[in-house]
Each structure stands twice: as structure tokens, then as C-alpha cells.
Design a protein around this ligand. Structure first.
Ligand code: TRP
Length: 442
């Protein structure tokens, strides 16, 4: 079941609530995923010749399925691709939205891989259209606005396709949707908690999110030179050969889609389908406290990528603090790092472990005050947002359209990299799900 009222936590693609912070280990269990361990991180660095992203090292991307198969494929020199997406629901994206895309851009570099980004304007219409009073066209317009924010996360135009569902479904992408639609209403209810009161658009939506995780949905990109095609009387073609592996980075609430996508691929493996591999992140908590994720609709302040420095400062200063109420008490008792939102954000955005540890020590022992920690965070976030805005403002229409052009030459070349220096076994063992962001200070 997707939701369980006896459960402290409810995690579905539409709802994320928990009474006392999300128990991510319980989710790994419940969703049948595997944790990201030090061994996997070591292998990732050895195979890609790239340092693991701080978000992998620090257990923010904490869970996966078949990630090692992606490493196997990459090691053999085979092409893989990466698929992720965004429902364009608001004009401005916030800091939490940027996390999966910055990470995906990093994975693109690590694997030198093609990335496919689905802009699910139809999804947002089905799920948000009524409450937000927005038309289908408006969500479509937001696709192109949000795409600029996504591009600003650092994607390579020669290796990236962004597509709007409204403008694109058809051909073999739709063929895969049609096949996926053999799923029954009961299965959809079981996986997502939707009911017969849900609209048909909502009930059928999962098939549309799953289809791009099969490379046969993009035969002109991934299987151009193959001879394994059926040719129809009108000359159009369908790819029927073996497909290539797909890796889907996402926040953990999106996993139900890919369990369904994996089940389907398992059923059709003798027709060339391959189960997509996944890698999942935790949620960036909201400024109001660690029990809610950052959300534009939760009533808490949110850091938008369009904010100016003054308002970022103000919002961060208002964040829930784990410090004591007065300087005297703080010096005496120190801060509770676990509930301190500014500290939680530093775990994401201050990449240097030594610096983070130093702040943890000083703040925990009362040598640092909440305002000082917030100031450090504010400077970091302001730099990230300023840089994002600078990059975004330079995106011309030509650049934007080149990301949406599926007929361009995609770059599948790969350069050899020199091996990097690896860490000790013990160091890797302290990474991933074993990473202690409080450095043993709690
Ligand atoms: N459903 C996602 C959202 O609401 C958008 C999305 C579409 C997506 N395709 C995806 C997310 C693939 C992760 C992977 O924002």
C-alpha cells in the first residue's frame, strides 16, 4: 500500500508527511531498495575516475536499485542514459527543486551520458490544475520557464534532451505508454493510493512517467544505427532490438513509478526491455523545521531561485533554530544540531568536511551562536542563487530550443580519464548511509 494510516510517515508522489522526521531506512525496506554503501562509492570513483559528489558521500542520495549494473555497463564501454523529470507547477523553482537536477548534471559528467528530461506539463494539469485554477496551456508555458532553471544546473546541450509531454508524446514513446496501460486500475490503486474518485488523467499518469525509462522510447537517439526495426506500410519504424540501460535519479517519493517500470521491463525482458536503475535522494527540509520538506504550498518561507540577497538573508534568519534562546544559554548548553535547519542545509551546501565538522563542534559546544551559523549559510546560498541567476539570464531562445531539439546529433563520445587517488577502506566505510553528519557529537 502506498499510504498506511497507522504509519507515522506517508510518502507518495503527492504527499509527504511524518510526525517526527522521515525514517529513510524504513523507506528503503518498504520500497525494496538498497542503501548506498561505502563499497559502492569506492567502486563509483574507481570506475568513473571522478570523486563522489558530496551528496553521495554524505548520504543525501542514500538509496538505489541496480546502480552497480550501471557501473558495470559504463566499465564495459556500453552506452547508458539518464532520465529524470519535472512537473512544471510554479513559475520559480526553489532550492529543493534544484537538488535533483544539479545532481543529474553531475551524473551526466561522471558517466559522460545522454540525459533525458521529461517536463510533465500534463501531469501538473491533472494533479494541480483544479486547485490552482490553471489551464493546460499555462503549464505548458511553465515548461519553458522551468527548463531555463534546469539548464542553469549545468547540463551539456550536446548530451541533453528536454521535452514537453504535451508537445512530444507519439511514436514509440507513446507505443510504450500504450503497452504500460495494460496495468489494471487495482494495481494503480495499490501502488499509488489513487481511487476511482481520481480522474482518468491521474489514474493513467504513471504510464506516462514510466515510458521514458525505456530506450526504445527514443529510438532516433539511442538506436539510430541499428537494423532491428519493424517498418510499417507508411515507412515509419519501430525499434524491436535490445535496449540500453537507464539510470533514474529522483527524490524518494517518485520511486513507486519506477517499481512499476521495473515490473513491466521484467515481464518484457525477452522483448529487449531492461529494468531502469534508480538512485534516490532525501528531501531538503523546509525552513520552518525538519518535519516538512521545502514546499511552495506548505505555508513556510521558501528560497526561490529568483530571490534577491536581502530576502534570502531574511528567510534564512527566520529558519527554525536548534540553538538556545539566549546567548548565555547557548554558551552553556550549545545547539541541537539535529533539528537546526541552518545546520541541515550546511550538510547539503557546504561541501568541505573539515569546515562542516568545525562548525558542528563549535555550534554544538556553544562557542558559536545560531546567528553566526545562519550567516555562513546565507553567504553560501546567496552565492549559489546569484550564480544560478547569472547563468539563467544568459540563456537565449536558441540555447533553450537546442535543448528541446530531438533531431540534433547527440554526443555519445567518451574521453578516457586518468584514475583518481582513492581513499582508505575505513574512510569509504564512513561514507554513504554510514556518514555521520554530526561527527559523533550528538
Ligand atoms: N512527477 C515528477 C514531479 O511531480 C516529475 C517527473 C516526470 C519525474 N518524470 C520524472 C521525476 C522522472 C523523476 C523522474 O515533479
Amino acid at each position: 500500500m502506498a499510504s498506511d494510516s497507522n504509519d507515522e510517515q506517508i510518502i507518495t508522489p503527492w504527499k509527504v508527511t511524518s510526525k517526527s522526521g522521515i525514517d529513510y531506512m524504513k523507506l528503503i525496506d518498504k520500497f525494496g531498495c538498497d542503501p548506498i554503501t561505502g563499497n559502492l562509492i569506492e567502486r563509483f570513483e574507481r570506475v568513473t575516475c571522478m570523486k563522489a559528489h558530496p551528496w553521495i558521500r554524505r548520504g543525501i542520495f542514500f538509496s538505489q536499485k541496480d546502480f552497480s549494473i550501471i557501473l558495470d555497463e559504463y566499465e564495459k564501454g556500453h552506452n547508458i542514459y539518464i532520465y529524470t523529470g519535472r512537473g512544471p507547477s510554479s513559475h520559480a523553482m526553489h532550492l529543493g527543486h534544484i537538488v535533483p537536477f544539479s545532481f543529474t548534471a553531475y551524473l551526466q559528467k561522471a558517466f559522460q551520458a545522454v540525459v533525458i528530461i521529461q517536463m510533465s506539463d500534463d501531469e501538473k494539469f491533472h494533479f494541480k490544475g483544479q486547485e490552482e485554477g490553471r489551464s493546460l496551456d499555462e503549464y505548458n508555458r511553465l515548461t519553458y520557464e522551468n527548463a531555463k532553471d534546469i539548464i542553469s544546473c549545468g547540463f551539456d546541450p550536446s548530451r541533453t534532451l528536454i521535452f514537453s509531454n504535451l508537445a512530444t508524446f507519439g511514436g514509440q514513446l507513446y507505443e510504450n505508454v500504450a503497452k504500460l496501460m495494460a496495468v489494471t486500475g487495482n494495481q494503480i490503486r495499490g501502488i499509488y493510493g489513487l481511487t476511482l474518485d481520481s480522474s482518468v488523467g491521474q489514474l493513467s499518469w504513471p504510464c506516462f512517467q514510466c515510458a521514458p525509462s525505456y530506450s526504445s522510447s527514443f529510438p532516433e537517439i539511442f538506436h539510430k544505427d541499428s537494423k532491428n526495426y519493424l517498418v510499417r506500410p507508411d515507412g515509419t519504424k519501430t525499434y524491436i532490438g535490445r535496449q540500453i540501460h537507464c539510470l533514474v535519479p529522483m527524490a524518494i517519493d517518485q520511486d513507486p513509478y519506477f517499481r512499476m517500470a521495473r515490473d513491466f521491463a521484467e515481464k518484457y525482458k525477452n522483448k529487449g526491455y531492461i529494468k531502469p536503475a534508480t538512485i534516490h535522494s532525501k528531501f531538503l527540509v523546509g525552513l520552518g523545521g525538519i518535519n516538512a520538506k521545502m514546499s511552495s504550498t506548505g505555508g513556510q518561507p521558501v528560497i526561490f531561485m529568483t530571490d534577491d540577497i536581502k530576502s534570502i538573508n531574511k528567510k534564512i534568519m527566520s529558519a527554525f533554530s536548534g540553538g538556545q534562546d539566549t546567548r548565555e544559554l547557548q554558551e552553556l548548553l550549545g545547539a541541537n544540531l539535529e533539528v537546526d535547519v541552518a545546520y541541515q542545509y550546511l550538510i547539503y551546501f557546504l561541501g568541505d568536511d573539515a569546515q562542516l565538522k568545525d562548525i558542528a563542534e563549535q555550534y554544538k559546544t556553544g562557542k558559536m551562536l545560531s546567528g553566526q551559523v545562519k550567516k555562513i549559510l546565507s553567504n553560501i546560498i546567496c552565492d549559489i542563487v546569484k550564480n544560478h541567476q547569472a547563468v539563467r539570464s544568459k540563456i537565449t531562445n536558441d540555447v533553450l530550443f537546442s535543448f528541446f531539439d530531438k533531431n540534433k546529433e547527440f554526443n555519445f563520445t567518451r574521453e578516457d580519464r586518468d584514475p583518481i587517488e582513492l581513499e582508505s577502506v575505513d574512510t569509504y566505510a564512513s561514507y554513504g548511509i554510514n556518514f555521520n553528519p554530526y561527527f559523533g557529537l550528538l
